[in-house]
Design a protein around this ligand. Structure first.
Ligand code: ATP
Ligand code: MG
Length: 563
């Protein structure tokens, strides 16, 4: 391989290629994506999915989808279904689908084996006592008074734990490693706890449940995973991951070579949160309408907003694979979405905040049908848009007292109506409260479909729709869900809820060009000069609903910001 090629590999690809060359896993690559079914997937999971499935695809081995369902009280079938749908939507197919709960018996057998090897014991300390005995980084740990129970006693107690003889929290099974290890994770970690709870798949068959640190390596090994990729916070757990698997000294449980864990930086994105637990709170407390609220960083929220899987994958690619945690600006996701939609979406005219325009020198009933291209790529066809005496333009395109460099409508100013003609604002009509309610304008018929024959120029081009033909639609304008980059970074005593953006949703009644009247749920358009919009699932014929997927960059906002 040339230098240039090897440089373009991320560090995980380098590891995988190294292993393929050395034949470490017999030339095999098998990765897994292991979500806990306790919520909907978010954009951080998308990063992990693209990484794991990407490696599986690139090196021909595939990727398992494994539901890490070892925590019975938080897991539900609804989440399992949504996770499968989201992985498929992102464009990936798993090699096999498993549940950690499929391995409850094997995990139990292996735990029993560890007991017989003197490597695990039943401990009766309370949670609080366990913490105290374990010490901390500065305080050495003390052995539990139950650490030297005989194998026979441990086996008996473990069997009785499983049989349901003991109450929640009264006993645990612990690995017997090193009460004084520098790495806290090795100070006799918990393997099993008692939890008399109904499990979404195994029902009431079990009342003891394995801990993540025990279940995860064992599940990986059972499936023959080669590269087990997780986020950086598990780096300190790696010695434990290896320890459990290495205790299979007689190779009775797992095939060699054993899976290896590798860590990468988790994805954080500004103005949102990447935690199913917290996202669940947003849903439960009604700060959003559901897991698929378009303001949510969930894949179902992004999908509903109109984002495509290609845009999410491009974003994941752009973020790259790093070994140090960093926060990515939400603007980068917006950019990936915009780039993807640019080529994909046909253009339409839609006036978000309609302001009435009367073209006084155009006769009542005089309609010019103007042919407009659907996209700058010729090939994409055209459609006809009516132009008549009654129009709408956007309120944001009018300034009664124009600022410097304002090239849009203002008293006396002339602009171009996109595809139609030059239009001059002659008179401003206000209501009793002083609000501008109508612009009386004149058009120059000589400019129909082109430039002025006398050579005069206008700088501003506005979008518009015929008021008589306009289709009304509800348009949901979404903004950032939080007002600060890191909503969780609140001062002592503060509440992250205080950083929710009260203006994250603005619902307006827009006026659309008539060709949009037939738009179907899921269809996407660029509304010229405004942004990308998708028809919402709530939309019905005669009661259209559009979501703003992402705005276009507003050139005036930039001019203003510089001033
Ligand atoms: P959450 O706190 O949102 O529940 P989690 O890590 O507990 O996140 P899991 O369902 O256990 O969620 O995650 C499944 C996989 O997705 C794991 O391998 C995890 O490392 C990965 N993952 C989760 N969040 C992120 C993130 N923000 N960036 C990258 N990978 C992530
Ligand atoms: Mg989790």
């Amino acid at each position: 391989m040339s230098d240039a090629e090897s440089k373009s590999l991320n560090f995980l690809e380098e590891i995988v290629e190294g292993d393929l060359q050395s034949g470490k896993h017999g030339g095999r690559v098998l990765t897994r994506f292991p979500p806990e079914p306790n919520g909907y997937l978010h954009i951080g999971h998308a990063k992990s999915i693209c990484l794991n499935f990407g490696l599986g695809l690139k090196y021909g081995g595939g990727t398992n989808l494994r539901f890490d369902d070892t925590n019975p009280t938080k897991e539900e079938q609804e989440y399992v279904d949504s996770i499968e749908a989201d992985v498929h939507w992102l464009g990936f197919e798993w090699k096999a689908r498993y549940f950690a709960s499929d391995y409850f018996q094997k995990l139990y057998d292996f735990a029993e084996y560890l007991i017989t090897q003197g490597k695990a014991y039943v401990c009766d300390l309370t949670d609080e006592q366990t913490r105290e005995y374990r010490g901390n980084f500065h305080t050495p740990g003390k052995p539990s008074p139950f650490r030297d129970r005989s194998v026979a006693e441990n086996l008996d107690l473990f069997h009785r734990m499983k049989a349901g003889e003991f109450a929640d929290g009264t006993r645990v099974l612990r690995a017997k490693i090193d009460v004084n290890a520098g790495n806290m994770n090795l100070r006799d970690p918990l393997m099993y706890r008692i939890r008399h709870a109904h499990h979404h798949r195994t029902g009431d068959a079990w009342c003891i449940y394995p801990m993540y640190d025990f279940a995860h390596p064992v599940s990986d090994a059972i499936e023959g995973i080669t590269h087990s990729i997780c986020t950086l916070e598990f780096e300190d757990h790696k010695p434990l991951y290896d320890w459990f698997l290495e205790q299979d000294v007689e190779a009775k449980f797992f095939q060699k070579p054993l899976p290896r864990q590798y860590e990468f930086a988790r994805l954080n994105v500004t103005t949102t949160m990447m935690s199913k637990r917290r996202l669940l709170l947003l849903v439960e407390e009604g700060h959003v309408t559901g897991w698929d609220d378009p303001r949510m960083p969930t894949l179902s929220g992004l999908r509903r907003r109109g984002v495509t899987p290609e845009a999410v994958r491009a974003f994941a690619e752009r973020v790259g694979v790093a070994r140090r945690d960093a926060t990515v600006d939400m603007g980068l996701l917006d950019l990936s979405i915009r780039e993807d939609l640019e080529a994909r979406c046909d253009r339409r005219m839609a006036v978000i905040r309609p302001l009435k325009v009367t073209v006084t020198n155009l006769a009542e009933g005089e309609i010019h049908w103007i042919e407009l291209p659907n996209h700058p790529d010729a090939g994409r066809g055209t459609r006809k848009v009516p132009f008549g005496r009654e129009l709408y333009v956007d309120r944001e395109d009018f300034m009664e007292v124009p600022a410097k460099k304002w090239f849009r409508l203002a008293p006396g100013a002339e602009v171009r109506l996109r595809g139609a003609c030059y239009l001059r604002c002659e008179k401003v009509v206000k209501d009793a409260s002083g609000e501008v309610v109508e612009l009386r304008c004149t058009w120059d018929p000589a400019t129909l479909g082109g430039e002025a024959p006398d050579g005069r120029k206008v700088k501003g081009t506005l979008h518009w729709v015929s008021a008589t033909h306009a289709v009304r639609a509800e348009v949901r304008l979404y903004d950032r869900l939080f007002t600060v980059d890191d909503p969780m970074d609140v001062p002592e005593g503060g509440d992250w809820r205080g950083t929710l953006n009260p203006a994250s949703l603005d619902v307006v009644q827009a006026a659309l060009e008539p060709s949009l009247g037939e738009a179907k749920a899921g269809e996407r358009f660029q509304f010229e000069r405004t942004g990308y919009f998708a028809v919402d699932a709530d939309s019905k014929p005669g009661a259209l609903v559009f979501n703003r997927t992402v705005g276009l960059k507003d050139s005036w906002a930039k001019v203003e910001a510089k001033a």
